[in-house]
Design a protein around this ligand. Structure first.
Ligand SMILES: [Zn+2]
Length: 200
């Protein structure tokens, strides 16, 4: 089964799970849970700064950060990186104990701590495994509004909503008229992600 990255390099999806034969995104109810979580999470991560750049420049100089091109880790605990900082991350993961934190809640924090304390990959560290695809050439994640619309296309009564941070689908009574979806993106906005986590 062909694998494809969407929006950012790093996470890879089975093409058949995500796309129809026509190359459109599948309706989300047909997509396996983990895949759906990552897919939806990507819509949220698009355009966010690189974590490492952000640790260097901080909120005040956020515009100096490179936009992330890569995502590693699990949804909600992921690390975002630009091409310049990928080697540092890979070094941490492979050589500096980072892999011990894979799939744990400490994953991102551990990397941030390591990086913030001044650690870096040695000069010339490479060993990148992936084919260096131009991120601009990757398929774009579906638009969040579009996702919600398609999710609710064919039923009445209850309304399904996607939590854009976690990818969970919830059900609620739908009064039919209120199109204000503010909560969908904001209700978890205050979750404590640690002060070093880039926000936008
Ligand atoms: Zn960076």
């Amino acid at each position: 089964m062909a694998k494809v990255s969407i929006g950012l390099r790093g996470w890879r999806f089975d093409e058949d799970e995500v796309f129809t034969d026509e190359g459109e995104f599948r309706p989300l109810d047909e997509v396996p849970d983990d895949t759906r979580r990552r897919l939806i999470r990507l819509t949220y991560l698009q355009g966010k700064p690189c974590d490492a750049c952000y640790l260097i420049h901080g909120e005040a100089e956020k515009k100096r950060c490179n936009e992330a091109e890569l995502v590693y880790g699990e949804p909600m605990e992921e690390v975002l990186l630009c091409a310049d900082h990928e080697a540092d991350f890979l070094y941490w993961f492979r050589e500096a104990g980072g892999s011990a934190h894979r799939e744990t809640e400490a994953f991102r924090d551990e990397f941030h701590e390591w990086f913030a304390s001044g650690e870096r990959a040695p000069e010339g560290y490479g060993g990148l495994e992936h084919v260096d695809t131009d991120v601009d050439a990757l398929p774009t994640p579906p638009d969040p509004d579009e996702l919600n619309r398609r999710l609710n296309e064919s039923h009445g009564g209850t309304r399904k909503r996607i939590d854009l941070r976690t990818g969970e689908i919830t059900y609620e009574e739908w009064n039919g008229g209120d199109e204000d979806d503010e909560e969908t993106t904001d209700d978890l906005g205050d979750v404590d992600l640690g002060q070093d986590y880039p926000t936008k």
